[in-house]
Design a protein around this ligand. Structure first.
Ligand code: FMN
Ligand code: SF4
Ligand code: SF4
Length: 264
């Protein structure tokens, strides 16, 4: 193994941090890095057998984000090795890792290792923190441990067909996807908004346009919270009774720290 390719979908940045920390500790030359939440139109890089790919996705409703799947399915591999990682907000990763494994296998990848890490929940706030500031120092140390385990596993492999794939937890049929009502999405406080357009660029689904004011297409909104996180004026606000009830429930039920888990 000589080179490394990173592919992730990371609207609020935690998945990116984790994938990069694992990648930086693999001792391989980084040849491509692709945040498919940002590069909406860019094509996904080709893979080769001496290149290790790391794919990282956040968990949405116990599944992988539907908007990332289309891009991932374009990947083509001829049994090149892949590490698959999901990042969840301290509730649960449910069937997401199994779902990602199935997609990667269907693209022709050979699964070397997989892991579920924890990132600050997209709905977390200072008032109702959920996995606040994660990944933290301990999590990043675990990224490095995971990288060491992968390196160790790959060290003696001469033929990729000899590689044993790890067992990955999850259930079929996968957890049913939540239907997101189009009427619920972050709103814009026009008194604060200076129409800078940062939210437009940060939205992975092109749900935001600027006309007279900032307009959100609720049909396209996945509640990823990238616009809320990136707005420099704190003008994007996700303050809705349904969302507030979810935040409260997560805050109350998901406060006990969970730890990353690896399958190598
Ligand atoms: C719509 C939505 C659904 C989510 N569902 C879950 C979930 O089922 N379990 C969980 O633990 N975290 C869940 N999260 C939290 C994210 O998985 C977590 O915050 C992750 O770190 C976000 O990754 P990112 O920073 O790369 O965007 C959800 C977040 C969003 C926006
Ligand atoms: S990022 Fe914030 S300030 Fe900029 S256009 Fe969007 S809502 Fe307005
Ligand atoms: S409008 Fe919706 S999909 Fe777009 S960045 Fe904001 S929360 Fe995410």
């Amino acid at each position: 193994m000589e080179t490394l390719s990173l592919i992730y979908y990371s609207p609020t940045g935690t998945t990116k941090k984790i994938v990069k920390e694992i990648g930086q500790n693999m001792g391989l030359e980084l040849i491509s890095e692709n945040n498919i939440a940002e590069n909406k139109t860019e094509s996904i890089p080709k893979t080769s057998n001496n290149c290790l790919t790391i794919i990282g996705l956040p968990v949405y409703g116990g599944r992988i984000p539907i908007t990332a799947i289309e891009s991932l399915k374009k990947l083509q591999s001829n049994q090149s090795p892949v590490v698959i990682v999901v990042v969840y907000g301290n509730r649960d990763y449910d069937d997401s890792l199994l779902e990602l494994k199935e997609i990667a296998s269907n693209c022709g990848f050979k699964i070397v290792a997989s892991a579920a890490f924890i990132g600050e929940h997209s709905f977390s706030s200072n008032e109702k923190p959920i996995a606040k500031n994660r990944p933290d120092k301990q999590d990043l140390e675990k990224c490095r441990d995971f990288a060491r385990m992968i390196t160790e596993k790959l060290k003696d492999i001469k033929d990729i067909n000899m590689l044993s794939e790890p067992d990955i937890p999850g259930n079929y049929p996968y957890k049913e996807r939540n239907q997101l009502p189009a009427s619920i999405h972050p709103e814009t406080d026009n008194d604060r908004c200076n129409q800078c357009g940062i939210c437009v660029d940060s939205c992975p689904t092109n749900a935001i346009t600027i006309q007279e004011t900032v307009i959100t297409n609720g049909e396209l909104c996945t509640w990823c919270c990238a616009c809320v996180n990136h707005c420099p004026e704190e003008a994007r606000i996700f303050d809705n009774p349904t969302i507030n009830a979810v935040k409260e429930k997560l805050f109350l039920n998901c406060s006990i720290r969970k730890e990353p888990i690896y399958f190598v």
